[in-house]
Design a protein around this ligand. Structure first.
Ligand SMILES: CC/C=C\C/C=C\C/C=C\C/C=C\C=C\C(=O)SCCNC(=O)CCNC(=O)[C@H](O)C(C)(C)COP(=O)(O)OP(=O)(O)OC[C@H]1O[C@@H](n2cnc3c(N)ncnc32)[C@H](O)[C@@H]1OP(=O)(O)O
Ligand SMILES: NC(=O)C1=CN([C@@H]2O[C@H](COP(=O)(O)OP(=O)(O)OC[C@H]3O[C@@H](n4cnc5c(N)ncnc54)[C@H](OP(=O)(O)O)[C@@H]3O)[C@@H](O)[C@H]2O)C=CC1
Length: 333
């Protein structure tokens, strides 16, 4: 009897596995995109969500605002009326972005060179900002460094480089601005961009995971401590959104993109404009009661990776009939 059950279960497992493979290749074809499925239910919207003028007379600092997601956040805030300052190491990149965005929106975007790893450079950058626009109302700590690497291959300097940019850089910018804002009795919205694996940890990006977890602890702690000075601290954890900076360092051959899209329940990557809308909302006065929040923004990837039984998505209705019959037959333990 036991042998018959094992034999039947084994055959069923084979059927389930081979039809899962057929299903996978039907879903993804050779493009690696799930066109014709969930992605059609959840298409991205690209236009600015908040009413025009939502950031009139407001100053916003975006670190790493010259490229990728930081650039998209700058474009949205500028379109909504903010005067923006973008800061990072590469002045030429910043200047090009600043000119492109302000010529589209008509609002000034300033470019300020700053290596966030260096507290003195951060202090000088804030001096420059004060002279240009006054202290900002909105601070987005978006600058980061990362690359995939087995941890046994990491040098001390590799560890230091990533944790300096991500954790120390965010702390230097936040503390320098926070202290000056407190002195000037001016409140502000601070937003940190972390990642979904700040919560779970992740192999192969261990310095980034450790530093982003530190950033989350920093922001949650300051939300509690500095609310009394009129500061709000929030966190967005993005899932995968295609940028040159991230994808060239995390999936340099493109070999993992298909698997990544497969596990995202909404069937696609996020877009820079989508996260820019969320960042704008969190940084706006519409969110003035939001502080200490951690917002996961990942198309469902995190829960999809976490659930023990989520692989059962590949079981077909016919296979479920068989499985259910087997389960119902099982009486007692
Ligand atoms: C399965 C997953 C599949 C796909 C994933 C695809 C998409 C993304 C999905 C989710 C993303 C989630 C989170 C993303 C987080 C991010 O932060 S993405 C943003 C990435 N952007 C950047 O990193 C931009 C800035 N980066 C840089 O400037 C450099 O890359 C830097 C190395 C971080 C810093 O440059 P710097 O010039 O200061 O440093 P170096 O002197 O070049 O290097 C310092 C030490 O690090 C060692 N190093 C450098 N690169 C590597 C490497 N690839 N592997 C191992 N070690 C490296 C270098 O040798 C130095 O150490 P030393 O030799 O001991 O001195
Ligand atoms: N794209 C994605 O899928 C995801 C991204 N994220 C997060 O989103 C944020 C933006 O990433 P993304 O736009 O993809 O990648 P980018 O590489 O485009 O952005 C990183 C930015 O950080 C700046 N930067 C790096 N080092 C320093 C430094 N020492 N001082 C000042 N600025 C620095 C870079 O500018 P410069 O070189 O001029 O210094 C660059 O503009 C990051 O915090 C990242 O961790 C999180 C999850 C997913």
């Amino acid at each position: 009897m036991a042998a018959r059950v094992v034999g039947r279960a084994g055959r069923l497992a084979l059927v389930v596995r081979s039809s899962a493979v057929r299903l996978q290749s039907r879903l993804h074809g050779s493009t690696g995109l799930r066109s014709g499925s969930q992605a059609n239910f959840f298409p991205p919207l690209e236009d600015a969500m908040l009413p025009s003028g939502s950031f009139n007379n407001r100053m916003a600092l975006i670190t790493g605002g010259g490229t990728g997601l930081g650039r998209a956040m700058t474009a949205t805030l500028s379109q909504l009326g903010a005067q923006c300052i973008i800061a990072s190491r590469k002045l030429d990149v910043l200047q090009r972005t600043a000119e492109e965005i302000s010529s589209q929106t008509g609002n000034k975007v300033h470019a300020v060179q700053c290596d966030v790893r260096d507290p003195q450079a951060v202090s000088q950058c804030v001096d420059q900002i004060e002279a240009l626009t006054g202290l900002p109302d909105v601070i987005i700590n978006n600058a980061a460094g990362n690359f995939v690497c087995p941890s046994e291959r990491l040098s001390p300097n590799a560890w230091k480089t990533i944790t300096d940019i991500v954790l120390n850089g965010t702390a230097f910018v936040t503390l320098e601005l926070g202290k000056r804002l407190i002195q000037n009795q001016k409140g502000a919205s601070f937003l940190a961009i972390t990642t979904i694996y700040a919560e779970s940890g992740s192999g192969f990006v261990v310095p980034s995971a450790s530093a982003k977890a530190g950033v989350e602890a920093l922001y949650k702690s300051l939300a509690a401590e500095w609310g009394r000075y009129g500061h709000r601290f929030n966190i967005i954890q993005p899932g995968p959104i295609r940028t040159k900076g991230a994808f060239s360092r995390l999936d340099p051959t493109g070999a993992f993109e298909k698997a990544m899209i497969d596990r995202i329940p909404t069937g696609r990557l996020g877009t820079p404009a989508e996260i820019a809308n969320l960042a704008a909302y969190v940084s706006s006065n519409y969110a003035s009661w939001m502080s200490g929040a951690v917002i996961r923004f990942d198309g469902g990837e995190y829960v999809s990776l976490a659930g023990e039984f989520n692989e059962l998505r590949s079981v077909t209705p016919d296979q479920w009939k068989l499985l259910e019959a087997m389960i119902r037959k099982t009486k007692g333990s």
